[in-house]
Design a binder for this molecule. Structure first.
Ligand SMILES: [Fe+2]
Ligand SMILES: [Fe+2]
Length: 399
């Protein structure tokens, strides 16, 4: 069946250009073009669509507003922004409402691949078995409060780093934990960090946000009866994966956002393990035993027994919380990047490789899980020669 895609732009020339550029897609896509947000909403009311690609700066209803409306009324639709360079401010407004961002001019291939990736991710998250497994879990963890407070502060008119630092410092236990992490070998900082404001200054807000979020999520599981030794080991592995993923992303000159996303996705790539082990304790205990006894990967046993995996479950949770596609995709496919239609070096590849490298250097009993690197995938996206170099840089960083 053809995929239905709605393009929205106030400039007829741009729509005409898209129409021409995407002529080759006619057999796969059913494309409709709207000249305003209002017209787009009218079309969506009458007809179901899978994807909307919209401009940002438009008279009347602008792109961010349109996306917000679509998110509310038709949450299943994939929302992609295609905007000009001068639209930075408007783009910031759509941070939590768009799944992907593209900038003009955009070639047919990039657009095609972005749509394919966004749809593949939605399909994975819509999977019936995954939904069933998740619905069998009584209480999914909630998006941590402190993190929500930070986000709310950042969205306020007079947001400041100082205030964010104050919010974190207000939670004494959390700030002690953050300072402990920041001063650990993972960050290898030249001097001791005394307070949260310094940490934000030195490591950047995104890194501190990722640390707060993951520390709080792990804390939620502490009270749910996950054995402390398991939590601690997993925490160490996630910290390691996050720092490796960030290093790899930097090595490959990815954008700043991608570097930050790689760190966050690395921190939370195995969160599905926590969800499953608390939500289905008996079944998951059995899965862990079977994997260890037979020396097969946890992911494979999960797939066999549950019909889904910790990657998919973790991605489902992050999707529910409204995180961007790059992060959700990296978590979803971190063991099986080859099943994702991604075709360029990005967050997924960084997290996939970082996870494998970290497992290979980590404790013996976690090793069976995930040391395999998908070389074919790295080859496909043109970075296979990078692997050795990444391993070296990551190793030196940890010394
Ligand atoms: Fe994993
Ligand atoms: Fe992992």
């Amino acid at each position: 069946m053809k995929r239905k895609i709605l393009f929205v732009d106030d400039e007829p020339n741009i729509l005409q250009g898209l129409r021409r550029m995407l002529r080759g897609m006619r057999n796969e896509w059913h494309m409709v073009f709207a000249e305003s947000g209002e017209e787009a909403m009218r079309i969506l009311e009458g007809d179901p669509f899978e994807v909307v690609v919209t401009d940002m700066r438009m008279p009347g209803m602008h792109g961010a507003e349109l996306l917000k409306k679509i998110q509310k009324k038709f949450p299943e639709i994939v929302r992609i922004v295609l905007s000009g360079h001068s639209d930075q401010e408007l783009i910031l407004k759509s941070v939590r409402t768009a799944h992907q961002y593209l900038s003009k001019p955009c070639d047919a291939d990039t657009l095609k691949n972005t749509v394919a990736r966004a749809c593949a991710l939605r399909e994975l998250l819509k999977d019936g078995t995954l939904k069933q497994v998740v619905s069998n879990i009584d209480t999914l963890p909630s998006l941590p409060k402190l993190y929500q407070e930070i986000m709310a502060e950042l969205q306020s008119e007079d947001a400041s780093m100082d205030k964010v630092a104050k919010i974190i410092s207000g939670d004494v236990g959390m700030s002690a934990k953050i300072l402990q992490m920041v001063n650990s070998a993972f960050f290898a900082l030249p001097r001791h960090i005394e307070n949260i404001a310094q940490a934000v200054n030195l490591l950047g807000l995104e890194t501190i946000k990722a640390l707060v979020l993951s520390a709080q999520i792990f804390r939620q599981f502490e009270t749910k009866g996950v054995p402390e030794s398991f939590l601690e080991k997993l925490w160490g592995h996630c910290m390691g994966t996050a720092t490796f993923a960030r290093t790899i992303a930097r090595e490959e000159n990815l954008s700043r956002e991608a570097v930050d996303d790689a760190f966050l996705a690395g921190m939370l790539h195995d969160v599905g393990k926590l969800v499953l082990s608390t939500g289905l304790p008996e079944k998951y205990g059995e899965i862990i035993r079977r994997a260890a006894e037979n020396g097969i990967s946890l992911r494979d046993v999960e797939d066999e027994v549950l019909g889904t995996t910790h990657g998919a479950v973790g991605a489902y949770l992050m999707g529910l919380w409204g995180f961007g596609d790059n992060v959700v995709e990296a978590i979803a496919f971190h063991h099986v990047p080859g099943t994702c239609p991604a075709r360029t070096m990005g967050v997924l590849a960084a997290v996939h490789a970082a996870n494998a490298l970290e497992h290979a250097s980590g404790p013996e009993d976690l090793k069976t899980d995930e040391t395999q690197v998908d070389r074919e995938f790295l080859n496909k996206i043109g970075v296979e020669e990078g692997l050795e170099r990444w391993a070296q840089v990551c190793e030196t960083e940890m010394q």
